[in-house]
Design a protein around this ligand. Structure first.
Ligand code: DC
Length: 222
């Protein structure tokens, strides 16, 4: 059991990223945004015009990424790709490479090395089930497809992008289906995970629940 690791898994739009960052900041721990690693692999594959059906090439790319995380910025081979990896295309490419066993295997060690004595909040899909099964606190964060669609709708509107709410709900349902039914590390809660449904909760309320659990299960200074 590692009392310095908290895992937060769940579907996209459940608020994991935001919540993991706030919890980590509160505890003075590091954060691992594992989705970024799949996004970086997808971006690099596209930059190199790689064949997305060639699982060996994709595995090679994942195993040789040259990435630096610097003050909230992400550099891929010295280029700032912080915004580029958040694009819709990068998200779709990430989803494709994330289904490849060779890619997941290549990223395994790297993810595990994020765990240090400083403490780690790891955000993703398989943090509690595959990468850090020994974590002392595992959270599975969900929200209804409608609520996640509403959040995404708001984000896209704020960016001035045209969106239709009903198609977002459909897209989210389809993505859930794909993530839960893929053969490699499907999205599912660890048996010992605490389920939190954030549909009707504010960010602060979710953070407070997780911190209360952390005080109980983790190694925190008094
Ligand atoms: O959380 P995100 O949207 O940045 O994730 C991008 C993609 O990577 C998404 O399709 C799910 C996948 N992913 C994964 O398979 N395993 C993880 N631990 C994190 C993300």
């Amino acid at each position: 059991m590692n009392q310095k690791i908290i895992t937060i898994d769940g579907p996209s739009g459940s608020g994991k990223g935001t919540i993991a960052a706030i919890v980590a900041k509160n505890l003075g721990w590091r954060v691992l945004d594992s989705g970024a690693l799949y996004r970086l692999t997808g971006l690099q594959a596209r930059n190199q015009n790689a064949d997305f059906d060639d699982v060996h090439i994709l595995g090679e790319i994942a195993g040789h990424l040259q990435v630096e995380f610097m003050d909230g910025k992400i550099l891929l081979e010295k280029h700032d790709v912080t915004d580029a990896i958040r694009s819709e295309t990068a998200g779709n490419d990430a989803s494709r490479v994330a289904a490849v066993a060779q890619v997941r295997a290549a990223l395994l060690d790297w993810q595990q090395r994020f765990a240090t004595s400083q403490g780690l909040v790891a955000d993703g899909r398989d943090m509690g089930t595959v990468i850090f099964p020994q974590a002392a606190l595992k959270i599975f964060l969900t929200a209804s497809a409608e609520e996640r669609a509403r959040r995404r709708y708001k984000q896209l509107k704020e960016k001035g992008m045209p969106v239709i709410l009903t198609s977002l709900v459909e897209e989210i349902r389809e993505r859930d289906e794909r993530d839960m039914n893929r053969s490699e590390a499907p999205l599912r809660a660890a048996d010992d995970a605490l389920m939190i449904d954030s549909s009707a909760l504010t960010i602060d309320e979710v953070v407070e629940q997780i911190l209360a659990q952390a005080r109980e299960h983790c190694d925190l200074p008094l």
